[in-house]
Structure formats: structure tokens, C-alpha cells
Design a protein around this ligand. Structure first.
Ligand code: URA
Length: 197
């Protein structure tokens, strides 16, 4: 049952039970946010300074850029669901360590199993490598990837560059926008396959 109440209960349980050591230095958990019935879920890396203070994912500069790209494809934040592989801010925004990703991984799996999105879009290599450890984002960005995943079954994925990395890099920025523009057609294709089968 992917209701807002079920999702809230899931996050409350994991805020209590998550053993991630990043908890100690963080202001609060930054749990996933948005529509529990979304067709598309975006997965980022870890909360930054603004997210840590406000308790909401993607509220800083990267979030603003993400909002603009969503707008370009006719979607609003309320239409999508957005989360991170790690729910607590790493000190000085360093990359999350494998053991930190490991400590939050069941939390992520449970929220994805509850939402059951048609498409999971990775924002950056950290979330992509959690699901596709051998892939390079420079090689697979903008391409539809399919694999089975516990709790999700056969799942469609799309790798995108991280908006924070692309924000001030002209080439990466236009690539990210081009990849983002593919989302409506990809969703349409997935939906037509699901209806046909
Ligand atoms: N970058 C991320 O990966 N996640 C956030 O929530 C904010 C910035």
C-alpha cells in the first residue's frame, strides 16, 4: 500500500533503526520526499548542508536546477519522488563510504518497494553504482538499463549526471538536459510495454 501514511511509517521506523554512523554528525535524517505513487523516483547521493538543515532532499542549488529541468519536461516536484542512497549528511560533503551506503541500503530498498516506480533515475554515479557496480556513468548516461532487483522485480533505470556536478560545467550541463528530455518518451514506452504484457 503506497499511501503517504505507509511511507511516513517506513521512514519513522528507519530513523529509529538505521545504524549509519553518519547520524552522529548530522543535524537530522533527510528522508525521501514527494509523491508515493510517482511513476519516477530520482535517487541522489547524500544530503548537503541545506538539506541537513532543512530536513528535505535537494533544496539547495542542485535542487533548483533539478526543478528547472523537471519544469522543462512538464513535471513538478509533487509529481515525482526523490531520495538519496544515504540519508544523513557526510562531514564536509565528502563522498559516502561503502559502509555508510550499506547501512542505509535496506531503507532505500523498502522505500522503492513501497513506491514501485516505473522508472528509477540515478542522479550521479554513487546511486548508479549501488545498482550497477560495474558501469561507468560516462558510458551509460541517458540509456535505459534493466535489471531485476530484490523487492522490485524487473526494473527500468536511467543514469543521469548529478545536477551539482553539471551545474557549472557547460558540456555536462547540456548532456544532462538532453538526457532529462528523454524521460517522457522513456516513461511512455515503459507504460505501453506494461499495458501490452
Ligand atoms: N545532492 C544530493 O545528492 N542529494 C541532496 O539531497 C542534495 C544534493
Amino acid at each position: 500500500m503506497n499511501s503517504p501514511e505507509a511511507l511516513k511509517a517506513l521512514h519513522e521506523k528507519w530513523v529509529r533503526e538505521c545504524t549509519c554512523t553518519l547520524k552522529e554528525g548530522a543535524t537530522q535524517a533527510v528522508v525521501g520526499d514527494g509523491n508515493p505513487q510517482a511513476d519516477i523516483v530520482f535517487i541522489g547521493e547524500a544530503p548537503g548542508k541545506n538539506e541537513d538543515l532543512l530536513g528535505r532532499p535537494f533544496v539547495g542549488a542542485a535542487g533548483k536546477f533539478l526543478g528547472e529541468m523537471l519544469d522543462d519536461i512538464g513535471l513538478k516536484r509533487e509529481d515525482i519522488y526523490i531520495t538519496n542512497i544515504v540519508k544523513y549528511r557526510p562531514p564536509n560533503n565528502r563522498d559516502p563510504l561503502p559502509e555508510e551506503i550499506d547501512a542505509c541500503k535496506e531503507w532505500l530498498t523498502e522505500e522503492l518497494s513501497l513506491i514501485k516506480p516505473k522508472l528509477i533515475a540515478f542522479l550521479g554515479r554513487h546511486s548508479m553504482n549501488h545498482f550497477f557496480p560495474l558501469e561507468k556513468i560516462s558510458a551509460v548516461h541517458g540509456k535505459l538499463l534493466i535489471r531485476t532487483w530484490p523487492g522490485l522485480g524487473r526494473q527500468h533505470f536511467l543514469a543521469l549526471y548529478h545536477p551539482a556536478a553539471a551545474l557549472y560545467n557547460g558540456g555536462m550541463r547540456s548532456t544532462l538536459k538532453e538526457d532529462f528530455a528523454k524521460i517522457p518518451a522513456i516513461l511512455k514506452k515503459i507504460k505501453s510495454e506494461t499495458t501490452a504484457s
